[in-house]
Design a protein around this ligand. Sequence first.
Ligand code: WT7
Length: 692
Amino acid sequence: TSDHLRHVDSMSILPSGAGRISKLNALILGDSLASEEDDLIFPSPSFSSQALVPSPQKYMEMYSRSIKDPAGFWSDIASDFYWKTRWGPQVYSENLDIRKGNIKIEWFKGGITNICYNCLDRHVESGNGDKVAFFWEGNEPGFDAMLTYSQLLSRVCQLANYLKDVGICKGDAVIIYLPMLMELPIAMLACSRIGAVHSVVFAGFSAESLAQRIMDCKPKVVITCNAVQRGSKIIYLKDIVDAALTESAENGVAVDVCLTYANELAMKKESTKWKEGRDIWWQDVVPNHPSACDIEWVDAEDPLFLLYTSGSTGKPKGVLHTTGGYMVYTATTFKYAFDYKPSDVYWCTADCGWITGHSYVTYGPLLNGATVVVFEGAPNYPNAGRCWEIVDKFKVSIFYTAPTLVRSLMREGDQHVKRYSRKSLRVLGSVGEPINPSAWRWFFNVVGDSRCPISDTWWQTETGGFLITPLPGAWPQKPGSATFPFFGVQPVIVDEKGVEIEGECSGYLCVKASWPGAFRTLYGDHERYETTYFSAFPGYYFSGDGCSRDKDGYHWLTGRVDDVINVSGHRIGTAEVESALVSHPQCAEAAVVGVEHEVKGQGIYAFVSLVEGVPYSEELRKSLITTVRNQIGAFAAPDKIHWAPGLPKTRSGKIMRRILRKIASRQLNELGDTSTLADPSVVDQLIALSDA
Ligand code: WT7
C-alpha cells in the first residue's frame, strides 16, 4: 500500500497558518520540527483487518462507484432505512450552477419516512430496545444516568405528545435552548417525530442572540431549563430566555409556551422567575403524557431542522436541512469514518447547540443504534483528567473531539492522561479546525497509545456531515491532513478565477455535485444561499475554506478565507463582533480580525476607534468586552482590544483587513503596499499603540 504514496516534505505544502501553530507548539513541547509532518502513519494490520474499509483499494472501489453512479450507490444505502413509501424514480436532482437557474438540491424526493422512527422505533422493533442509547454524565463526577433505546423512545413520545397538545404541527418551528442534559436530544427527536422543525440555539448564546433567532423563525414553543452548572459556575438560562422572550414580544413575535425543565441540581424551582400562562415546568406536564406517539410521516425533502450559523455579515444564517438525505448521509458518514461496530461506546464532546451535536451526538449515532455518551460538564472540570476518567468509566471506544481541547489538555501534561487506562479506545476523531501536527501526534501517541487511528473530519454546518475524512483502517495518515473525500463527494481546488487546479496545489476549496447531506437553503432567504455559496465560483459549492493538496492527493485545510473566524471550533463572524462593539455608546468604529491563538486556534482581535474626546481606559476596555459577551455570548469575547485613532482604509472607504491582520500578528515587515490607503499614517499610529 505504501508504494504509490511517496514520502513528502509536508512543510512545503503545509498552510502557513497551520505551520505557524505547529512551530509554536514545537517550541512549547521542545519537539523537533524537521520530522513533524513528514511521515505516514499506517493503521496497524490488526485494525485494518477488522475495519469496514480495510484498504485504499477497497476505498477506491467504493468511491469510484459513488461518483460514477451516485443514484445507485446512495439508493442501496438508503434501502437499509425504513421508508413508508420509497422515493420516486429520480433519486436526486440538482442544479449547482447559478448560470443555469436557481440552485436546487433534492435527494430521495417522494420518499416518505421519519428520522425519529429510524433512530429509535426501528431498533426497538428489531429487538435492541434494551441496548443503552445514552449514558449521561453530569457536570459533577458521580452524577450520571442512562436510557435504553426503549426508555428513550418513551421519553421522546411523551414530549412529542405534549408538543402536539399545545398545538405544534408538522412544519412548525420549536426553539430549544438547553445545556447537555438528555432532554436536549430528547427534544430534538420529539420534534422530528411529529414533523416539527427544531432550531437548537447553543446555550452559551446571549439573550440578544436568542431573541434574534426567535424573531427569525417565530417558534410557538421555546424549550429550556432553569439553570445549569458548568464547571464551577452556575448559568441561569431561564433568565436569559426571559429577556429574549421580552425582547421578541416587544418586536411583535410572541411565544405561547416556554417549557422549562427544572434542573434542581443547579437551581431550586422556587427561585426561578416565572410568567404564569407562558411558563410551564417540563416535569409537571411531560411525564403525564402517553409514552407512545404516532409518527408524522414526512417527505424526504420536508425540513428537519434549522441551525443558525455565522457568516460574513452581521445577520446569522438559518441553515436548513431536510430529512431523507440528511438521515442517510449522517448515518453513513458516522459508520465509515469511525469504523463503527455495534459493540462500540461512542463519545463526542460537542454540544448539541452546534452541528456536530446534531449530526454526531444525536442523529448519526442513533441511526446506527449506537451507545452514546452525553456529557453535561466542562472537559477539564474538576481536573484535566476528566475526559479519560469518563472514557474508562463507560469504556468509550470512539472518542471525537476538537483540536482546541487536545491542545489545552496537552499543556496540562501527560500525567493526567496516563493515570487512566484508556484501553477501551479504538478510534479517535477531530473536528472544528485544522489540527496542527504536534497536537495530532500528542493525541495519537499519548491519548491513543499509538494504537488508535485519528479521523480528522472536515465539514461544516452547511454540509450536514463529513466531506473530507480519513477512513480509519483504509489510509495511512499524515498528521494534520483530513486526507480524502468521503463517498460521493467531489472536492475541487480552484484558483481566484474559479478554474480547477489539478495535482499539487493550493486554492479555494469547492465541491462539485451535491451529496445527500447538503443544506437546501438559508431559511427565508434563498437568494442569500445562492449568492453566498454558489456565486463566487459558478458551478460549484464554495466552502469558504482554503485548502492545499499534496503530491499524494492528501487534503490540508488551511482555514477560512472569508470574514469568519474560528475560535475553539466556534464559528464567529467578524461583522457580528464589530456590530456588537459599535453598539457601545463610546465606540465609533471597530474592525475585527482573527489572530493565531495557542489553544483556541484563533483569537479575536479588535481594533476600536472611540468617539471623539473619549480617553482610553482599562474600564472602557472591559466594558467593550462585556458588551460583546452580552450581545453574542461569552465565547465571542475579544481576546484583545487594540486602540485605534484611525483605521486603514482605501480611498473608497473600505477597511484593509489584510494590514490589520499583519499588525495583529506583529508581522510588521509584511505589511505590503500601504500606498493605496487614504491616510497611510494611520498604520504608524496603530503600530505605536500596539501594546497600549
Ligand atoms: C468550519 C465550519 C463541522 C463541525 C464544526 C464546525 C472549520 C471544521 C475542520 C477540520 C479543518 C475544519 C472549517 C469549516 N473546520 N472541521 N477537520 N479541519 N477545518 O462547523 O461552525 O460550520 O464551521 O470549521 O473552516 O469551514 P462550523
